[in-house]
Write a protein that binds this ligand. Structure first.
Ligand code: CU
Length: 241
């Protein structure tokens, strides 16, 4: 009984200390810093669908947290969107909007696939959609931070990714290759970029965030292949599959 009380009081002291550190950090960095990251490919072209992640030294959380739920459609032989960002523990729903079956699989992407620790791995089969009825769906929980590679056992050309980000600051680059962060805490920060075609991790960039908006440019060492535009209304299986 005595040792239990001793443990409880130690825990309380630790807790108070942690709160004090948090209060100090938030009062020091009371302004919001903005950061714009331009991602270009090896040829200097703007790169959409890259994920920029910022690890901050200041303690804060974004006004908008990463989604705890997301939906990925299978349509015209593609995962749409191609890249989805969620927080750890997110529920991700796959919906088959094609009139034929898909046999979706998720596995650790990149170097993590060799670790043998595929906590986010899953396989699910979805029957083809009947016209006039909602597509069949299935939901998985992605609990560990990391990148999940999506594929289909029936259609080898289908590729997608889910980035389960452990930092709440993660933004996908737009059509112009730009990711913008509006309310970062000031101070030192590390900027990382992920792209499906970038197999060798790019070196993170260190930057200092202040009240003055900052800009960082990051260049991939590869030129990603462009995705063909999906035909959202197609109901016929493309002949080339
Ligand atoms: Cu498929």
């Amino acid at each position: 009984m005595r040792s239990k009380n001793h443990f409880t009081s130690l825990f309380t002291i630790k807790n108070i200390a942690a709160q004090a550190v948090f209060a100090l950090a938030t009062s020091t960095f009371s302004y919001a810093a903005s950061l714009s990251v331009n991602v270009i490919d090896k040829d200097g072209k703007p790169t959409p669908d890259a994920v920029v992640m910022v690890v901050t030294s200041g303690v804060s959380s974004p006004k908008t947290l990463l989604p705890a739920a997301a939906t990925i459609s299978q349509a015209s032989m593609q995962f749409i969107p191609a890249v989805t960002i969620v927080r750890p523990g997110a529920k991700v729903t796959f919906v088959n909007n094609d009139p034929w079956d898909h046999h979706v699989r998720g596995s650790a992407a990149g170097a993590a696939q060799f670790s043998g620790n595929d906590e986010n791995g899953f396989v699910l089969r979805l029957g083809g959609k009947t016209a006039g009825v909602a597509g069949k769906s299935s939901t998985v929980s992605l609990d560990s931070a990391g990148v999940v590679l999506l594929g289909c056992h029936l259609h080898g050309s289908m590729v997608g990714h889910v980035v389960v980000s452990d930092t709440p600051w993660a933004v996908k680059t737009d059509a112009n290759g730009v990711a913008t962060f509006a309310d970062l805490p000031g101070g030192a920060a590390t900027v990382k970029v992920w792209h499906a075609a970038q197999f060798v991790d790019l070196k993170p960039v260190q930057t200092a965030l202040s009240a003055t908006p900052s800009q960082v440019k990051m260049q991939l060492s590869v030129t990603p292949r462009r995705r063909f535009a999906p035909a959202p209304t197609s109901t016929e299986k493309p002949s080339f599959y």
